[in-house]
Write a protein that binds this ligand. Structure first.
Ligand code: GAL
Length: 459
């Protein structure tokens, strides 16, 4: 049996739009995801998060499930338009009340709350009025919203994540247009990414100036990254893999740790990549108390030599051309229902890459998991493939720790099946834990397995 450090944090994660439902009650304002889902053809099957897992109404029951699983930590996000219906000024007390009840319920059950301030449900008013993440004013609005959260919840919440996956917001929301707000461009992602970073820095600044000295919590950002393995041993493919990682993760992590964008992006993007003012760079540098990482899969990278493949999974034309990298998977790798390859060693290599590039930060894996077409037998979901997945990834994470990488925690995605963005509640993705029509919560074997891992590690 492998043992993790005593203080290792074991948890699960969710996000507001994916589980809460209650999209238009108790004073909540609309978000860009409410609007996006209402556009025909944007979300598989015309699904939306109007009800989702109805967590807003069934919160106590859900926390009881977490307790049964033996969880020590729970990462959830706050819906900005639930507590600030137009994104600014006016505060919705009923929204504040909901999160206060959730936080209290978690603490009562000895579960540490980890709050994400932004997991993609931007108040729609800010999209209309300020151009969403393309508008310069968004950083200030985000700082003020963050301040409302620190003021109301910071007495009990000690772990804050500013932004979830800026890469996804920028690339899928403004590059490929497959996520809200659905824009397609080869320059807007870099502007959106820039403002996401400015907003992150602003929230951290507010926390450090006004709250951290007394509340004594920590704050950071969560970025996502897959591993990129060179397709061949050639120097060109090795460089391509490195370039792909820099365009993916260093795009957001270099500014946070070093105050600058990676050289390779500066060189290749020219004036499509905005620049930070000296004050912004100063605010950004060192703006994360931990390295939040969401990791799901690995792909092979090769040098495109001017021939970027059409339909490259992770780029629209323009953006993959910027990197000149072609991506593929090894046909021997097995895939999850999301068509993501299961490559546990890729996780270890990525952890080592981060540790070297950013000088051994504490890495918290804030998401890792998989979707399968689970089978329900009796009243449980028998999901051996998911148990194997977790075993594989946790084993490699443990190896990384043995090699000196500082990994402080692991949150499995997700606490329960939920609204999977543009894929909706697609059966193909194995969403059985919650049947959102009957709202039945069905325990999974992997959840039981996870509880035993937590227990065996001395908790
Ligand atoms: C992440 C995202 C989650 C969830 C997950 C995979 O990119 O943060 O909200 O959708 O992917 O299913």
């Amino acid at each position: 049996m492998i043992e993790f450090p005593k203080e290792f944090i074991w948890g699960t994660a969710t996000s507001s739009y994916q589980i809460e439902g209650a999209h238009d009650i108790d004073g909540k304002g609309p978000s860009i995801w409410d609007a996006f889902c209402s556009i025909p053809g944007k979300v598989f099957n015309g699904d939306d998060g109007n009800i989702a897992c109805d967590h807003y109404h069934r919160m106590e029951e859900d926390v009881a499930l977490m307790r049964q699983m033996g969880l020590k930590a729970y990462r959830f996000s706050i819906s900005w338009p639930r507590i600030m219906p137009t994104g600014r000024n006016q505060i919705n007390q009923k929204g504040i009340h909901f999160y206060n009840r959730l936080i209290d319920e978690l603490l009562k059950n000895n579960i540490e709350p980890w709050i994400t301030l932004y997991h993609w449900d931007l108040p729609l008013a800010l999209q209309f009025e300020e151009d969403g993440w393309l508008g310069e004013s968004i950083a200030d609005a985000f700082g003020k919203y963050a301040e409302v959260c620190f003021t109301h919840f910071g007495d009990r919440v000690k772990n804050w994540i500013t932004i979830n996956e800026a890469w996804v917001v920028a690339m899928l929301g403004y590059g490929q247009g497959v996520f809200a707000p659905g824009r397609r461009s080869n320059s807007e992602p870099y502007l959106a990414g820039h403002n996401l970073l400015r907003a992150h820095a602003e929230a951290v600044h507010v926390y450090r100036e006004k709250f951290q000295p007394t509340q004594k919590g920590r704050i950071g950002i969560t970025n996502n990254c897959d591993w990129r393995e060179p397709l061949t041993e050639s120097a060109a493919d090795k460089l391509a893999a490195q370039r792909a990682l820099e365009f993916f993760l260093a795009w957001f992590a270099d500014p946070v740790y070093k105050g600058v964008y990676p050289d390779v992006m500066v060189e290749r993007l020219g004036d499509r990549l905005p620049t930070f003012t000296p004050e912004e760079a100063e605010k950004l540098k060192g703006s994360s108390d931990f390295f939040g990482l969401n990791h799901y899969t690995t792909m092979l990278a090769s040098d495109a030599q001017g021939q970027v493949m059409e339909g490259n999974v992770y780029g629209n034309g323009g953006l993959s051309e910027d990197q000149e990298v072609n991506l593929s998977v090894d046909p021997a790798w097995s895939l999850t229902e999301m068509q993501w390859a299961i490559v546990p060693w890729g996780c270890r290599k990525l952890l080592q890459w981060i540790s070297e590039r950013y000088d051994k930060p504490e890495i918290i894996i804030t998401e890792n998991g998989c979707a399968f077409d689970d089978k329900i037998v009796g009243d449980t979901v028998t999901d051996q493939p998911r148990i194997d997945f977790f075993r594989g990834y946790l084993t490699e994470i443990h190896k990384a720790i043995e090699k000196g990488v500082n990994v402080g925690g692991y949150f499995m995605w997700s606490f329960m099946d939920n609204f999977e963005w543009a894929s909706g509640y697609c059966k193909r993705f194995g969403l059985h834990y919650v049947d959102y029509r009957t709202l039945q919560r069905t325990p999974k074997d992997s959840a039981k397995w996870m509880s035993s891992v937590v227990r065996d590690n001395g908790f």
